[in-house]
Design a protein around this ligand. Structure first.
Ligand code: PLP
Length: 406
């Protein structure tokens, strides 16, 4: 193993433990990543030294917490190369970001017979909020299909677009199959029809450097907990002029400028979208995770991950009873597979007994499972701390599972 990678692994205290007497092999990173010590320390520091509600206090602790919270917004802005921190809305996570957007865009900009395009690969969080909007506003949902490898059919996409298309909502990386979608082409084509584009970046943000200005996406959503940060914090990036045009999602707390019983006026961006006491600890943890990613170098981390993904793909392809599901030419950090004759749940249970954490089921992506004619898969998903030695453990455990089930 690379010395740099060992130094990286050492920063994750949870990885040192044993599960069922075996050293833990954590391969459920698409569900949530583990947290490095610097992120844990950021939370402890906040609660030990300056816990306080923000934006409204004149006292020292409140000022310190407010400053740290707003500095973290600048860190996020710089990380995704947004043009202003007003474009960074803190949310609970990707699901919350997409629900916010679907509600606010729907109320402000959509009318009957407009159209929204999603893809067959989406996580339920990037389907259901749009479906709810379609029902509310009598808008039509259209779906970009995939080929058998799990790649989007761009010709079909081009045929779905027309002057009624108002929103295109696409995942950057598929959580079920690992496909990296050609989001640049998707954005550029949508803009030819003046449609707005949301990228669901939940599975990309920890693996691929994102530059929202270069991409020219209108909105980009992600969760902290899938990028080494705490749960309960996420981001919705939106172009400033668009966020200014759409109405808030929730009322109360920090989102107001003035309230009377006759009329309420809303706060400026991004506070207009941040009702209630924010998740200050989460925001500080997110900032610590971004510093961690920058210090370790995201490009270097992605390199570790692709080496492990390629090695795992090669090794699993050698096992005759294993079938890899999703063989897109461009993939990131997710390896979905089936073992002939063994239910994914049973395989997952045996792997757990051997200290290996994988996910089984439909991965909140039922439509792609239906398209591929399967109920679910076993999913190994990698982070920068996973190693080829861990892949060897996975391979040995798969052989053992096959032996046990005959
Ligand atoms: N989108 C994708 C592609 C995901 O993988 C996930 C979670 O697995 C989500 C959205 C939802 O993220 P969260 O549960 O953090 O809101």
């Amino acid at each position: 193993m690379d010395k740099n990678q060992q130094q990286l692994i050492n920063q994750f205290p949870i990885l040192k433990q044993k599960i069922n007497k075996f050293p833990l092999v954590y391969l459920d990173n698409a569900a949530t990543t583990q947290k490095p010590q610097v992120v844990i320390d950021a939370l402890v520091d906040y609660y030990t030294n300056f816990n306080s509600n923000i934006h409204r206090g004149v006292h020292k602790l409140s000022q310190k917490a407010t400053e740290a919270h707003e500095q973290a917004r600048i860190t996020v802005k710089d990380f995704i190369k947004a043009s202003s921190s007003k474009e960074i809305v803190f949310t609970k996570g990707t699901t919350d970001s997409i629900n916010l957007l679907a509600f606010s865009l729907g109320e402000s900009m959509l009318k009957e017979n407009d159209e929204i395009i999603v893809t067959e690969l989406e996580h339920h969080s990037n389907i259901v909020p749009w479906q709810m909007l379609c029902e509310r506003k009598n808008v039509k949902l259209k779906v970009i299909p995939v080929n058998d490898e799990g790649e989007l059919l761009l010709d079909e996409y081009a045929n779905l677009l027309n002057e009624r298309t108002k929103i295109v909502a696409v995942g950057h990386v598929s959580n079920a199959l690992g496909t990296i979608n050609p989001i640049q082409e998707i954005i550029d084509l949508a803009h030819q029809y003046k449609a707005l584009v949301l990228i669901d970046g939940a599975q990309a943000i920890a693996h691929i450097p994102v530059n929202v200005q270069e991409l020219d996406c209108d909105f980009y959503a992600f969760s902290g907990h899938k990028m080494y940060a705490p749960m309960g914090i996420g981001v919705l990036y939106g172009k400033k002029h668009l966020l200014e045009q759409i109405q808030p999602y929730q009322g109360g707390g920090e989102m107001i400028e003035s309230v009377t019983f006759e009329k309420t006026t809303y706060n400026e961006l991004p506070f207009k979208f941040e009702a209630g006491t924010p998740n200050v600890e989460g925001v500080l943890g997110l900032e610590a995770a971004i510093h961690f990613l920058l210090k370790e170098d995201l490009n270097q981390l992605s390199k570790f991950e692709s080496e492990v993904l390629n090695y795992a793909t090669e090794q699993l392809n050698k096992i005759s009873r294993v079938k890899i599901i999703g063989n897109a030419a461009k993939k990131a950090s997710v390896l979905s597979f089936l073992i002939d004759g063994i239910h994914p749940y049973d395989a997952g249970t045996i792997l757990d007994q051997l200290g290996i954490a994988v996910r089984t089921g439909n991965h909140c992506a039922e439509p792609i499972m239906n398209r591929l004619g399967i109920r679910g898969t076993i999913r190994a998903s990698f982070a920068a701390y996973n190693t080829k030695e861990e892949v060897d453990r996975l391979v040995a455990a798969i052989h053992k599972t096959i032996d046990m089930f005959g």
